[in-house]
Ligand binder design. Structure first.
Ligand code: XMP
Ligand code: MG
Length: 183
């Protein structure tokens, strides 16, 4: 669905599907160059990164493998709890791989900071982060994000995989949720 289909639930659109696709093509070209001749494993963080992963990996004009990790730090609220739980671990042994973690959004940074230290001891050749969105004003820990889509204001957003209580993931654009929806 597009923003117009649920305009009553949204405050405004921040990033359109077209802008996202253009950015992912740019990032893919950069990744192709940086990882030339290297074994690349993309690790998506469920469920929010589903759309980014699907679109980003199809922009890559090279061989790549994919795995998923499911963690939770949010429940159905709009604030990070800081407590990260593994719901589904990787199926892949990271040994020999250059790992690129694919995330929807860096908000407080707590989830990725936890993931990065969890991955550190698993034998990967390198570990980098690609995130579609980042909220610089919400950072509680700094995350070194090599491939970034867009910096956005510190407001709760939905769409393009991002949810509020599992809703709005199929919105094609990224939009700010109207406060009356979660008030
Ligand atoms: P942290 O705060 O740990 O957040 O960087 C990471 C995870 O929390 C979710 N998240 C959001 N989901 N709208 C959403 O729909 C948001 O504005 C938002 N901020 C954080 C997301 O799953 C992310 O991976
Ligand atoms: Mg996520």
């Amino acid at each position: 669905m597009r923003a117009a289909d649920i305009s009553g639930d949204l405050d405004r659109v921040l990033v359109t599907e077209e802008e996202i696709h253009a950015k992912l093509r740019e990032l893919a070209a950069q990744v192709e160059k940086d990882y030339e001749g290297k074994k690349l494993l993309l690790v998506g963080v469920l469920k929010g990164a589903v759309m980014v992963m699907a679109d980003f990996m199809r922009c890559l004009n090279r061989e790549v493998v994919m795995d998923w990790m499911a963690v939770s730090s949010y429940g159905s609220s709009t604030k990070s709890s800081g407590v990260v739980q593994i719901r589904k671990d990787l199926d892949t042994d990271l040994g020999g791989y250059h790992v690129l973690i694919v995330e929807d959004i860096i908000d407080s940074g707590l989830t990725l900071s936890w993931l990065l230290s969890n991955f550190a001891s698993r034998g990967a050749e390198s570990i980098e982060v690609l995130a579609l969105l980042r909220k610089p004003d919400a950072a509680k820990v700094e995350i070194d994000c090599r491939y970034l889509g867009f910096d956005i204001p510190n407001e709760f957003v939905v769409g393009y995989g991002l949810d509020y209580a599992e809703h709005y993931r199929n919105l094609r654009d990224v939009a700010v949720l109207a406060p009356h929806v979660y008030a």
